[in-house]
Design a binder for this molecule. Sequence first.
Ligand code: NAP
Length: 253
Amino acid sequence: MPLKVVITGASSGIGEALAREYAKQGTILGLIARRAGALAQLKDTLPTTCHTYAADVRDAQAMQQAAGDFIKQQGCPDVVIANAGISGGTLTEHPQDLEAFQAILDTNFMGMVKTFQPFLDGMRGQRRGMLVGIASISGFRGLPGASAYSASKAAAISYLESLRVELHGSGVKVLTVCPGFIATPMTANNPYPMPFIISSEAAAKKIISAIALRRKFLVIPWQMAILGRILKILPLWLYDREFSKAPRKPRGL
Ligand code: NAP
């Protein structure tokens, strides 16, 4: 039986690379993103059975409909990857940024919850399956100028941990993925150096291998795993002194 995998944010970047890599293995795919055209173009190039859904992860009803259709056609998926996300600089003092705060939290955090929700009953019933959340090392500490993004990824990391423990012993596994810098449209215009940046193809291969190994937590690339550990234990005075000078993402989505 081929593997069945649902991926959100499949119309570009890491999500698209995951779809391409899984398709090479003959995986049956359910691909979700807002841009129907980009999904249709991708589907045409994939050598596998592929269902596409133009849906917004912020819309619980649309996500339930997409999940319902996939389950009806293919049965419960083996893996659901909540990858859809947006990024942009935000500063609390600007009232115009409130909308960006809302959009980033709604997409990166609540979008993940709305992605998993319709599949959980089925996975529990089968006593197997894997829920994969793409968080970020930006969730390890509050990054200046990226308050909404960091908060959304910290929320995702904590949420995924809660879910993993809630599902302990149920047969359903949870994998938290924290990428460092990956070359995608999201990072294409970052006006600062991006250490240890890797391609979306390399990232997809590492994520797929961690899924196959049933891992619980993955930081990519490995150099960022080391940096991330150091980042987490930096004392406040040192973190504040060094990161107050860090280059920032420009404001806006
Ligand atoms: P990307 O190329 O900009 O792709 C983002 C994807 O999310 C697109 O397919 C987009 O499709 C989809 N998306 C955005 N908002 C959506 C919504 N409301 N509903 C449904 N789909 C939505 O970015 P990426 O770098 O591949 O990012 C993928 C994930 O990795 C994100 O969660 C990001 O935060 C995370 N990440 C990336 C990096 C990095 O360095 N690139 C590092 C750490 C974490 P549509 O526009 O068609 O909806």
